[in-house]
Design a protein around this ligand. Structure first.
Ligand code: UGA
Length: 431
């Protein structure tokens, strides 16, 4: 099939690259000339394992190209994928400016029947608005199909090729058939539904996953008080097929560009129809408070925390990404710095992005994990990068001023740290 993808952010670029790998002819469109030039040169502007290889392979095979010319891309394609950003407005509502503009641009370029496939996460009713917007500007035939995206950053390529399900929301049977065909090599779990339900599936899924995380984090907080181990509790719960074992890892809460934004947006969507989504509001509150557990644990060890030097390992909102959007590390570091604490910070790849958001004379940006730990009174692990698991604990003990480790992601075990005479605190496990 001939496909144009509008927007080369995470979702757009990964979708475009992967659809080309499935044998389709794909052109990715972006307004940013610099980005398009980079992509044409085989450079990937985001950190995403495996993406560059698939991109280069398909570009060389002539199945994948990049352009700033939206009109030409739309006219030569049967399917137009809208994958532009829907960031949060200060109210928490999704900002639909970019997707509406993209829809207008597409409308003005349509020359013959097109399927407009929306992948951006949009509030219920948006695809109907897009349909209206396009038909106001164009007399040509088209259908709008909502196909929400469920890929995760850091495993985006793998997720795209191995989806748990594909959701197709449309009122038109012919468009549905075409979009089923586009995805049928990927999975048998294809759900065809109306547009509003498809839009809701995306928000409900992210809100449910966020709920699982806040739930296990609250269980972790109780475990600490009653002397239970949340990792064992989660394991024991997870064997129940009705519960499932994933997304029950206790820690310092969720971050990233999706859960924080989408939970807020769903609270707003509910509010707009006079529904108070109490459960989800609590999920958001619990998540915000959970970040501070690292600081409470530090304070419990050091009543004079303000005079101390703290090493931070991990700045990205999760491993395998340089994305720091809504990363717990932002608030934690800002709070520590506000109290006068000196910070040595290290992340394998996210430091440059982090420094665009947080910069302070009391923060030293380090090139390596051991360099950050040197002379520190405590070490806080905030992102579970694989390299931290392999730490030589004796060397770590020797380089720190005091062997205090606050493990915000339960990477280490109490026994191994005790053997190395660390003061060790983790999340929801007996200390
Ligand atoms: C999330 C969803 O998992 C994807 O299905 C969805 O497509 C995407 O949002 C989106 O809406 O675009 P992502 O934000 O990339 O994907 O990352 P996740 O792997 O889901 O992690 C989100 C956050 O939850 C991270 O901060 C992670 O540390 C935290 N988390 C995750 C936990 O604290 N505990 C867990 O058990 C799992």
């Amino acid at each position: 099939m001939r496909i144009a993808v509008i927007g080369t952010g995470y979702v757009g670029l990964v979708s475009g690259v992967c659809f080309s790998d499935l044998g389709n002819q794909v052109v990715c469109v972006d307004k940013d000339e610099r980005k398009v030039a980079m992509l044409r040169a085989g450079e990937v502007p985001i950190y995403e394992p495996g993406l560059k290889e698939v991109l280069v392979k398909n570009a060389e095979a002539g199945r994948l190209s990049f352009t700033t010319d939206l009109t030409e891309a739309v006219q030569q394609s049967e399917i137009i994928i809208l994958a532009v950003g829907t960031p949060s407005l200060p109210s928490g509502e999704a900002d639909l400016r970019y997707i509406e503009q993209a829809a207008r641009d597409v409308a003005l370029s349509i020359n013959e029947y097109k399927i407009i496939m929306t992948k951006s996460t949009v509030p219920v009713g948006t695809n109907h608005k897009i349909k209206q917007l396009v038909s106001d500007l164009s007399m040509k035939p088209f259908d709008v199909v909502s196909v929400p995206e469920f890929l995760r950053e850091g495993s985006a390529v793998k997720d795209t090729f191995n989806p748990d399900r594909i959701v197709i929301g449309t009122d038109d049977a012919t468009a549905a058939t075409k979009i089923i065909e586009l995805h049928q090599q990927l999975t048998d779990n294809i759900i065809v539904t109306d547009v509003r339900s498809a839009e809701m599936i995306k928000y409900a899924s992210n809100a449910f996953l966020a709920t699982k995380i806040s739930f296990i984090n609250e269980i972790a907080n109780i475990c600490e008080k009653v002397g239970a181990d949340v990792t064992k509790v989660a394991e024991g719960m997870g064997f129940d097929k009705r519960i499932g074992s994933s997304f029950l890892k206790a820690g310092i809460g969720y971050g990233g560009s999706c859960f924080p934004k989408d939970t807020q947006a769903l609270i707003q969507i509910a509010g707009n129809v006079d529904y108070d989504f109490k459960l989800l509001k609590s999920v958001v509150d619990v998540n915000r408070d959970q970040r501070y557990s690292v600081i409470h644990k530090l304070e419990a060890i050091y009543p004079d925390l303000a005079t101390r030097k703290v090493a931070v390992w991990g700045l990205a909102f999760k491993p395998n990404t340089d994305d720091i959007r809504d990363a717990p590390a932002i608030e934690i570091i800002q709070e520590l710095v506000a109290r006068g604490v000196k910070i040595n910070a290290y992340d394998p790849i996210a430091t440059d992005n982090f420094r665009k958001v947080v910069e302070h004379e009391n923060i030293t940006w380090c090139e390596g994990a051991m360099e950050a730990a040197a002379g520190a009174d405590a070490l806080c692990l905030l992102t579970e990068w694989p390299e931290f698991e392999k730490t030589d604990l004796s060397a770590l003990r020797a380089t720190m001023n005091n062997a205090v480790l606050i493990d915000g992601r339960n990477v280490f075990s109490e026994e191994e740290l005790r053997d190395k005479s660390f003061i060790y605190r983790s999340i929801g496990r007996p200390n």
